[in-house]
Design a protein around this ligand. Structure first.
Ligand code: ZN
Length: 230
């Protein structure tokens, strides 16, 4: 089994930072993204823009293939605001209705199946408990348990990495600064997407509607980051 890595890369700030983190550590890094009928295609389109930036960095030679996996079934069984034209709100269980039940379990299982075929040992995901949205499949315990399940079920020795698990958004920007300096920070600012509404209105912290929960979280993290640096 090679020492290469597979990064779950959605085109958002967190997964872009994880991709840089993986490139700084492993000799060969591939990416996987999922097309499950998201309302907004911008997330998928912006992945190529960020990868194009990486091709201009000293990490270029390490960056391997991108794999885009269609998961239509996930969209078909989801009644959420990410895949249907409904407003984002909190449901009675305290979870945002952006929640696709078990989505990260499914993503990681598909990633492991691909990593198996590609002979990659390390699987990297940007899940995080700190900016807690209530997603139980982003929890540290869930990921640790899943690593055991995947290694038993596929008879491999995958290592699941979650470099952002205990970082807030400000610390995620700081990690990007440490990994790739201003060039990486600017690339993540301008070539990643977080907005739930798929808008690309320019703001200091990147592009988005500015008012949805994802934009608010991103703006707060950026302001804390630049406030500290000033
Ligand atoms: Zn937004």
């Amino acid at each position: 089994m090679s020492d290469g890595a597979l990064v779950l890369f959605s085109g958002g700030q967190d997964s872009a930072t994880c991709l840089a983190w993986a490139l700084s550590r492993f000799g060969h890094v591939e990416t996987i993204g999922f097309d499950y009928g998201q309302r907004h295609r911008v997330e998928l389109e912006i992945r190529a823009q960020f990868r194009a930036f990486l091709a201009t960095t000293p990490w270029a030679d390490k960056l391997g293939e991108d794999h885009l996996v269609k998961l239509d079934a996930l969209g078909a069984i989801s009644e959420t605001s990410l895949t249907r034209e409904v407003a984002i709100q909190m449901d009675t269980g305290g979870l945002p209705n952006t929640f696709v039940p078990g989505r990260n379990l499914i993503f990681l299982t598909f990633a492991a199946a691909l990593a198996f075929r590609r002979d990659l040992k390390h699987i990297v995901t940007g899940v995080c408990e700190t900016d807690y949205s209530g997603y139980p499949d982003c929890r540290d315990d869930t990921i640790k348990a899943l690593q055991v399940v995947l290694n038993l079920g596929m008879e491999r020795r995958f290592v699941l990495h979650t470099p952002l698990m205990w970082r807030d958004k400000k610390a995620t920007w700081e990690l990007a600064q440490d990994l790739g300096g201003d060039a990486l920070v600017q690339a993540i600012r301008s070539r990643t997407h977080s907005c739930y509404l798929g808008e690309r209105t320019p703001h200091p912290w990147g592009a988005g509607c500015g008012t949805c929960p994802a934009c608010e979280l991103r703006a707060r993290g950026w302001n804390a980051f630049v406030g500290e640096a000033a």
